[in-house]
Design a protein around this ligand. Structure first.
Ligand code: UDP
Ligand code: MG
Length: 141
């Protein structure tokens, strides 16, 4: 059993896509073991994406991620990290297939509707950044 961190980004919550996205997650066989909506501060968004702080798109990424509410989720299942990345599709939503969430709900390289951890160490960091231990208990029994 593996856990990963999923985000439904502000462009997707703005179009009320969080319902269909969570349905697709469940239908793909992943368990949503924690879930909450929030609005990130600039400092929180910068901390979450600290790995990208030297990249040219960092400032715009922080602006985008703070432009509206997000939904944060902890997803659990066999091979959950890769399964969720496959369901999301490639980073650039304009190159994502219609069977992927980025293809369905994203519109550009930046505005790509969803986030997913890319490895076990980043999943652990991202889950710990956004969730307290007690929040990981309720739905997971
Ligand atoms: N991003 C961007 N321009 C780029 C690359 C990425 O605006 O050239 C944004 C995009 O929203 C992406 C996020 O920064 O989802 C994190 O980038 P990463 O390379 O980690 O892609 P991901 O893991 O989300 O597919
Ligand atoms: Mg990434």
């Amino acid at each position: 059993m593996e856990r990963t961190l999923g985000l439904i980004k502000p462009d997707a919550t703005a179009k009320m896509a969080h319902g269909p996205i969570m349905t697709a997650i469940t239908e793909a066989g992943l368990k949503i073991v924690a879930c909450k909506s929030m609005r990130l501060s600039a400092a929180e968004a910068a901390g979450f994406y600290a790995v990208h702080s030297e990249r040219p798109f960092f400032g715009e990424l922080v602006e985008y991620m703070t432009s509206g509410p997000i939904v944060a989720m902890v997803l659990e299942g066999d091979d959950a990290i890769q399964k969720w990345r496959d369901l999301m599709g490639p980073t650039d939503a304009t190159k994502a297939g219609p069977e992927t969430l980025r293809g369905r709900f994203g519109t550009s390289l930046q505005n790509n509707a969803v986030h997913g951890s890319d490895a076990p160490d980043t999943a652990a960091f991202e889950i710990g950044f956004l969730f307290a231990g007690r929040e990981l208990e309720a739905l997971s029994r």
